[in-house]
Ligand binder design. Structure first.
Ligand SMILES: Cc1cc2nc3c(=O)[nH]c(=O)nc-3n(C[C@H](O)[C@H](O)[C@H](O)COP(=O)(O)OP(=O)(O)OC[C@H]3O[C@@H](n4cnc5c(N)ncnc54)[C@H](O)[C@@H]3O)c2cc1C
Length: 564
């Protein structure tokens, strides 16, 4: 007899599962329930439609109920909300939001893909009609209509995560001045703080004001504007607020059906993506997944995992036995002219475990420097010590970031080590890379550390009494240096051994860590104890994030929002 499969949620995970189910089983009865007006829309494209980069609203709508019926013979019921599950009877209750009627449907298999909803804490004044969240097409229409009608001069975005930063860029494209308020002391809290300083600089360059380490205490609406009161006592004046404070999994249906909820608040599933009831599967933003790099339970709301889980669940319902092995959080973000990407574990996540890890910073060019247009990227790699297994990577730059992060994502998935990176044969021609690609270079540098060819130290491990040697040219040193450092350019070191201490550890730096590596090799082979400070002066500056925040432009940008 034909299987009856019901799906709750008709966007990334749900639509993906539905289409695969039909491709595998022409006879199954498949019904997809979506409480909203649209299915299979491009959530990830919504900020770019608001900003005007995506011009045609219809481009966001990838499928319609009619196209789904025609192509896949799947019944789609939009404006139909699933309100309860009865696992004992294998039934769901549904409310038709257009007619107000309720009805039940029975299933053989049920797939939950209800997603995650924007966090909206009970802050006084939060229900103002100038305050928006962004999850779906109607939210997008509301924001767009407001902008068209009121031409807001100033916007406050609450939350500096992916959606917050995308909205900052896209509201700037609409000519609105933007301030971002973030509770922690950095933008993009999933990333390690020192890597985000480049993002902050980019935001300032594009006139986005930042309030870090501060949180919204209240909103005070008035006729013509909205005052945003911060915990610090500051008051920001604006015309529109976008709340981008993160998302939380939609688990009410699952909870009411007494399905097991995991410790992180997502629906608990096994490797086959079955919930605690074997006839009910769950996928997407609503589920708790295993963190692939750290092997602990986590929530990672991203489109790629939701889509792939949808496909996998369909395979399993149709007789397959595919296992979901975890999510590693590979993500990429455009912040004006920057590309920001990461995969696997961050250092801040690693410090909460007892894993022994080492790290490496690099600032290479995206392609050979002799070919015009080379651009610098900033790379951080985390790996186990002593094995060298790659745990995580973060890259900020522009062209070529996407390719490198994807190679490293594959390396993590394949359980590769930094030693393996040395040998990867990657595509090369001058406009794209170099004979020794950035990824190979990361492998060389990390292997040098693990093989004991050079000892490494990091800025956050140094004390103020440590001996610091700057091996850049005198001109570079004069332009800016680390307080109390001593300058001996790398090419003069062999003639100036007498000036250097013999029984003290010499911590050497240059701009990026390459000349200081050479200096360390010279020194250690001549009886000195030397360590290379990874990432050099650029990483030193990125650790001094405070400078960026105290920069006159940053202050000036913030002052704009304090003018009533
Ligand atoms: C603005 C924005 C930008 C994003 N950009 C990116 C990006 O660039 N890259 C990336 O990887 N990810 C991005 N994401 C995240 C990505 O969209 C999600 O991870 C993905 O959509 C999750 O898929 P899902 O099926 O779990 O949930 P969703 O796609 O959210 O779909 C869930 C659907 O279920 C419906 N639903 C819920 N409960 C019920 C019910 N009881 N009855 C009927 N229907 C119900 C909801 O209305 C919703 O339409 C973005 C998200 C947003 C909002």
């Amino acid at each position: 007899m034909a299987k009856r499969i019901l799906i709750v949620g008709g966007v990334a995970g749900g639509a993906s599962a539905a289409a695969r189910l039909r491709r595998l089983d022409e006879t199954a009865e498949i019904i997809m329930f979506e409480r909203g007006d649209y299915i299979s829309f491009a959530n990830c494209g919504l900020p770019y439609y608001i900003g005007g980069e995506i011009k045609d609203r219809d481009d966001l709508l990838l499928q319609t109920p009619e196209s789904f019926k025609k192509r896949f013979n799947i019944e789609v019921r939009i404006r139909n909300e699933v309100t309860a599950i009865d696992p004992g009877k294998k039934q769901i209750n549904v409310k038709n939001l257009s007619s107000g009627e309720s009805y039940t449907e029975s299933y053989d298999k049920l797939i939950l893909s209800p997603g995650a909803e924007p966090v909206r804490p009970p802050i006084p004044g939060i229900n103002s009609d100038r305050i928006f969240t962004l999850r779906n097409v109607p939210d997008t229409d509301l924001i767009n209509d407001f902008i068209d009608k009121h031409k807001p001069k100033r916007a406050v975005i609450v939350g500096a995560g992916y959606i917050g930063l995308e909205m900052a860029e896209n509201l700037r494209r609409r000519g609105t001045l933007v301030a971002v308020v973030e509770m922690v002391d950095q933008v993009l809290p999933v990333m390690d703080k020192e890597m985000t300083c480049f993002i902050q600089q980019e935001l300032h360059k594009h006139n986005v004001a930042l309030w870090l380490n501060d949180a919204v205490a209240n909103f005070q609406p008035s006729d013509s504007r909205l005052m945003v009161g911060l915990k610090s006592g500051m008051e920001l004046s604006c015309d529109i607020v976008i709340l981008a404070m993160g998302v939380k999994p939609e688990v009410e249906l699952a909870r009411q059906a007494k399905l097991e909820i995991g410790e992180t608040g997502g629906i608990k599933v096994n490797k086959q993506l079955q919930t605690s009831d074997p006839d009910i599967y769950a996928i997407g933003d609503a589920i708790e997944v295993r963190n692939f790099a750290l092997d602990n339970p986590t929530l990672i709301p991203l489109a790629g995992p939701a889509n792939k889980q949808g496909r996998m669940v369909a395979d399993n319902i149709c007789g397959g036995n595919r296992h979901y092995n975890g999510t590693q959080g590979t993500s990429i973000l455009k912040v004006f002219d920057l590309t920001v990407a990461m995969t696997g574990a961050s250092e801040k996540a690693l410090t909460k475990t007892n894993m022994e890890y080492e790290k490496l910073y690099m600032h290479p060019a995206n392609h050979v420097s002799y070919y015009p247009g080379a651009e610098q990227m900033h790379v951080k790699i985390l790996f186990t010590r002593p094995e060298g297994k790659i745990l995580g990577a973060q890259i900020v730059g522009s062209r070529g970031v996407d390719r490198r992060i994807d190679i490293l994502a594959v390396a993590i998935r394949a359980g590769m080590t930094v030693f393996d990176l040395q040998e990867l044969e990657l595509a090369y021609a001058p406009p794209y890379g170099s004979g020794k690609d950035v990824v190979n270079m990361a492998g060389f540098a990390a292997s040098n550390i693990l093989d004991g060819i050079v000892d490494v130290v990091h800025w956050n491990q140094l004390n103020k009494d440590d001996y610091i040697l700057d091996v850049r040219s005198t001109g570079e040193f004069k332009k800016g240096n680390v307080p109390s450092s001593v300058n001996v350019p790398v090419d003069e070191i062999r003639n100036r051994f007498a000036e250097l201490p013999k029984n003290t550890v010499i911590n050497a730096y240059c701009v990026v860590g390459l000349r200081s590596y050479i200096a360390c090799r010279i020194l250690t082979q001549n009886g000195f104890i030397a360590r290379n400070i990874s990432g050099g002066y650029i990483t030193y500056c990125s650790h001094q994030n405070k400078e960026v925040m105290d920069h006159p432009t940053a202050r000036q940008l913030r002052e704009e929002f304090c003018l009533v």
